[in-house]
Design a protein around this ligand. Structure first.
Ligand code: ZN
Length: 150
């Protein structure tokens, strides 16, 4: 698997773009030319933080065809600090460990493949926002061991 650092090198596709309404302040993701809340057209493009919190979620036991994911997996509504909400897969964790209010990081990942050996589609997935990286990896392991011994 390519590392998250690898994907951050693709800036244009990695961006999480949204629009904010100049009239009522509603943030929409994906971007919209007309505000879905007040029908205002005074919208500006913004980039969302790559983090958020789980608002609600569901566990999917039978994935649709072509999706590169093993069931069961978690599909969640995640809200970013800007107030945008998106339906997104929560990866890299046990579905039983997902809970409402859980902080997540939004990472750019491979989502699915169109047909046999076809086009690869990329998009964002949510992952639990534990510390990542080489230095913090050791810390995470020791914390997991503490939990196991508790
Ligand atoms: Zn509006």
């Amino acid at each position: 698997m390519p590392s998250p650092r690898y994907w951050r090198e693709i800036p244009s596709r990695y961006r999480l773009e949204a629009t904010r309404c100049g009239n009522c302040g509603r943030v929409s993701h994906p971007p919209r030319g007309v505000c879905p809340a007040c029908c205002g057209t005074d919208v500006e493009n913004i980039e969302l933080s790559h983090e958020g919190k789980v608002v609600t979620y569901t566990v999917v036991h039978v994935p649709p065809g072509d999706f590169l994911m093993e069931a069961p997996y978690v599909l969640a509504v995640v809200e970013t600090p800007e107030g945008a909400r998106m339906m997104i897969q929560v990866a890299d964790c046990d579905p039983a460990s997902v809970e409402i209010g859980m902080p997540v990081a939004l990472e750019f990942r491979l989502i699915r493949k169109e047909g046999k050996g076809g086009i690869l589609c990329y998009g964002h997935k949510a992952v639990p926002s534990y510390p990542t990286g080489e230095e913090e990896g050791a810390e995470l392991e020791s914390r997991e061991m503490e939990v196991a011994h508790a």
